[in-house]
Design a protein around this ligand. Sequence first.
Ligand SMILES: *[C@@H]1O[C@H](CO)[C@@H](O)[C@H](O)[C@H]1NC(C)=O
Ligand SMILES: *[C@@H]1O[C@H](CO)[C@@H](O)[C@H](O)[C@H]1NC(C)=O
Ligand SMILES: *[C@@H]1O[C@H](CO)[C@@H](O)[C@H](O)[C@H]1NC(C)=O
Ligand SMILES: *[C@@H]1O[C@H](CO)[C@@H](O)[C@H](O)[C@H]1NC(C)=O
Length: 215
Amino acid sequence: MDLSRQSSIILSITILTTFASNVKSSLPQGLQTLNISSEITTDPNITASFATDFGNLFNRTPGAVFFPSSPNDITTLICFSYTSTTPFHISQRGLGHSTYGQTLVPDGILIDMSSLGRKNHNRINVTNGPIPYADVGAEQIWIDVLNATLKHDLMPRTGETVTCSRESNPDLFYAVLGGLGQFGVITRARIALEPAQKRVRWLELFYTDIKGTHQ
Ligand SMILES: *[C@@H]1O[C@H](CO)[C@@H](O)[C@H](O)[C@H]1NC(C)=O
Ligand SMILES: *[C@@H]1O[C@H](CO)[C@@H](O)[C@H](O)[C@H]1NC(C)=O
Ligand SMILES: *[C@@H]1O[C@H](CO)[C@@H](O)[C@H](O)[C@H]1NC(C)=O
Ligand SMILES: *[C@@H]1O[C@H](CO)[C@@H](O)[C@H](O)[C@H]1NC(C)=O
């Protein structure tokens, strides 16, 4: 799921671990000895296709792209970097909707989060009850989350403005601090749900130039 564009309240997030702060830009020896090595590619034709984000302002080719098949695979990579004498940069990409190059990782390893959902289709679990919620894999997109929750006549809450700080809504504040790949990898999120509306209006605006003329 592309959390950079989401507007719902995230109740809880699963963060694997912090990144090493003392990082070097080259990929270390020993990566190929890991059991996840077959999921890592340095093929320039592939790394080049992961060099931009939604804003398309920056082009920063990762040293390698990692296609994990499970959250444990991500743990393996991060632990390897963390305990390595030459730690390296790690970032993650959902559908590439981040902007301003925030999740691009020149010379580091980019995690393709969408590959988490490729083998395992059971990555959206809806729990009904007095406080309904959905446990959602981080690779999911909102239309699929909505589709799954509508089957229970529920939908994600949207559009609520919440002000948070260390004192006000501290849980939300610290969760937001963890966003944008700055200190961890979100592998799933618990999303608050509410009874579904019978109809919704869905608008997509396509801008053809920077002045804001839309089709
Ligand atoms: C990359 O693509 C080019 C053009 O399609 C091809 O000739 C080349 O063999 C590819 N390189 C790799 C490493 O697959
Ligand atoms: C690699 O090893 C970790 C830890 O033992 C395991 O959880 C993970 O499933 C393994 N991944 C692959 C692709 O074999
Ligand atoms: C959904 O439930 C299944 C079965 O309990 C579990 O294996 C899976 O990890 C859950 N997925 C999420 C995203 O919580
Ligand atoms: C919603 O899920 C159903 C299957 O349960 C599928 O047929 C349909 O295409 C999905 N709709 C969207 C918009 O993805």
